[in-house]
Design a binder for this molecule. Sequence first.
Ligand code: AMP
Length: 419
Amino acid sequence: MIQNIKGTKDLLPESTKNWQFVEDIFKKCSELYGYEEIRTPIFEKTEVFSRSIGENTDIVNKEMYTFEDKGGDSLTLRPEQTAALVRSVIQHTLARNISDLRLWYFGPFFRYEQPQKGRQRQFHQYGAECISSPNPEADVEIILLANSIIRNLGIENHTILLNTLGTNNSRNIFKDKLVDFLKSIRTDLSEESQRRVETNPLRVLDSKDKKDIEILKEAPSLLESLDEESKLHFDRVRDLLEKNGIAYQIDNKLVRGLDYYNHTVFEFQSNALGSQNAFGGGGRYDGLFAQLGGKPVPAVGFAMGVERLILILEESKKLEKIYYSVDAYIVNLNPDKFEFSLQLSETLRAKGLKISQDLQHRSLKAQMKEANKVNAKYSIMVGDEEINTGNMTIKHMKTGEQSHVRLDQLANILLNSNM
Ligand code: AMP
């Protein structure tokens, strides 16, 4: 038997319902904030990612699905959206002057990682980017949008971690201080962190190694290296979040994995997830447009992992509400009168009701069983008597309650049922 590729998942109908619920919320919340959807190709020229994410990050170093196509071009399955989105915005000159460009996306992404709970090789992200404003107000709008999604999904007990990397100048001053410190304690660090001292020193702060975490308590703090501009920006973000009742924790070790961030960075965490406890994150990336060959355009954005959102919802039993596949299943008692059932189905569908019916000439009992199996809300019996009198018998499949309804009242009753 041929099986799916390691680290990928088939989403079967019972889980696609949960996905559709979550996707509807992405769309609804994005629209509430005036964001429009963008869809870019699944693969890009490799340089889109290698030039932006950073040569010394795990993603570019170890995790990209990169291959040469028959024309000899190096292509990569997108490991994240921001770089490809910026490529597209530059190519189509979507960012103009000081007009704000608000975009959201949803789709599959690919990273060659060791699969575990909440970590796959093909996974999905929803995200949003607010492009053109260099101001803290844009950072706050993006965090509010993310928070609105979390709230609308019904996720509770999550934590927002917040930090600033400051201006490029502040970040570089801090980097030098950090490297001096790391070199002084280098041999005590884990192997991975020792390697990162040269290649990506800020990432050492992200280490999950217990001994590293202990040693790093002595590391210089990013906050102490901030210049006036960085402080003003961060204070404004904090102030606006507080005024909007958004609780957050400062974590000055939060640097995020990618090279392109400056100023505000943030991450969303949930204890429901175990070791992979981050379900989303983002930050400001004012340098990325220029890095990808465009005019400099400031921007801020975030991404959320959809598998992890669904895990949190499953864990907190938020997805256990009953989903009906159809509003009614028509139980046809006389195959010779199928035209009546068909016409009834079409009339009800035209009113926006979801209808399914027997196509296999099954017995009454087998059709009722089928109505149950497909999770229909109601069954509608159609036999000679119903056809002659126009008096229909409907049954609520969960409660078993039966009632007689006039044919011309049927659509109204089904539309208004809130059982
Ligand atoms: P990142 O693009 O690395 O900042 O990731 C943003 C979010 O995407 C994370 O918080 C996760 O929820 C999700 N994510 C990243 N990598 C994976 C993966 N391999 N499998 C599942 N979700 C992932």
